[in-house]
Design a protein around this ligand. Sequence first.
Ligand code: AMP
Ligand code: MG
Length: 491
Amino acid sequence: MTVHFPFQNSYSALPDSFFARVAPTPVAAPRLIKLNRPLAVQLGLDPDILETPEGAEILAGKTVPDGADPIAMAYAGHQFGQFVPQLGDGRAILLGEVIDNDGVRRDIQLKGSGPTPFSRRGDGRAALGPVLREYIVSEAMFALGIPTTRSLAAVVTGEHVIRETALPGAVLTRVAASHIRVGTFQFFAVRRDTDAIRRLADHVIVRHYPDLLHAEQPYHALLASVVARQAELIARWLLVGFIHGVMNTDNCSISGETIDYGPCAFMDAYNPAQVFSSIDEMGRYAYANQPRIALWNLTRLAECLLPLFSDDQEKAVAEAQDILGAFSETFSDAYQAGLRKKIGLFTERDGDEALIQDLLDAMAKNQADFTLTFRRLGDAAGDPAADDARAQFMDPTAFDEWARRWRERTALEPQTATERQAAMHAVNPMFIPRNHRVEAVIQAAVNDDNYAPFEELVKVLAKPYQDQPEYAAYADPPLPDQRVLQTFCGT
Ligand code: AMP
Ligand code: MG
């Protein structure tokens, strides 16, 4: 039996300057450790065949399947504010695109599959830990309903990668609406290649924003659409306590998916200034800075598109500024609407924003767990005697005071307690990929070749909005000695 991927490759049909043709480098002894079977089916692939040794060889980059046209994509990027004119896929190779069961074109990419012309000094490889982290967190984001790249498979290579120590090597198969980033546009902008920018923008419109094909000003509309999707995406991140960690322009997807899970993490106690990433020393990508940074990244995108807007530079800049101006309102509308839902409001009234802000302030002051406070607030909506929400606050009276105002406000709406609880539980997850759990899973895999904890965590996180009483411990925040203070980059 051979593995058949029904590839239809559109990106590798673009001009040669967009990528480098390069095949994955074979590895010693590939072993499949996880296949995302439902995702395989969604992509029109046969999961049983992918689970054969031949399937593992493909997912490790040892053999290239028929119809693949492997390439490393070219891109540039601002990394922590510093512009790098050439980055590119240094350890990832796009095998090709398939059309999924919903008719959506999806990239199938191997990450950690060996060097490419963009590798610079890197080895083109990935360590097992970061591969598992990306698998867990990206699939958790999907289950939470947040736009994201997906993880189709993880394989170990049977080889070691040298980091601070020798670590098991692994390859992640990543699935994305596309891997086109703000940095892809920057790659051509810095080379003043306006034709390429237009080709790329046209490709993006067909692929991600087909409604704009007949727009009067398609490139203006494209910027507006990317701005809207990013604004909504960042609001979704904030509403679940997600911190990306490395919001460089090369990690900012044009399709509006969350991409490139490196030192990312969900916060436990609510703290707007929270940073986990070991490489983010200045807190540039702290939790509450994420909207501002997204707008900064989108401003870089707008700069790339200026030549497509108008020959009159001043006019083009004014138009771009106008479009970027919509970010704040779109973000704030999505964020406030999400917060209203989180506290169980069905309607909007004057004073709601202040009510919500007061809760967040009290949570920050009292180191209340972000996820559990909202989940337990849902319990309190259903049963006024439920007091687990107040138990999240160091000083529970801070909650009591706020809860009195909250009950007055919810009493103005006709919904029953049961309806309110159900609505709240549908938006406030019980389970997030808690950092200490992710770390424990990685340790078991790396040190003991034990994947049972990984399997169980992935299973629990697939149903984040369900109580799953048998797995209740997965909802617990870390004990003081379990707290993970820093996460490390995927390299
Ligand atoms: P990232 O931090 O994963 O967003 O990567 C930033 C840039 O560094 C991208 O161009 C990557 O392809 C490249 N890169 C990261 N790790 C490696 C590696 N081990 N080998 C080669 N290139 C890498
Ligand atoms: Mg990246």
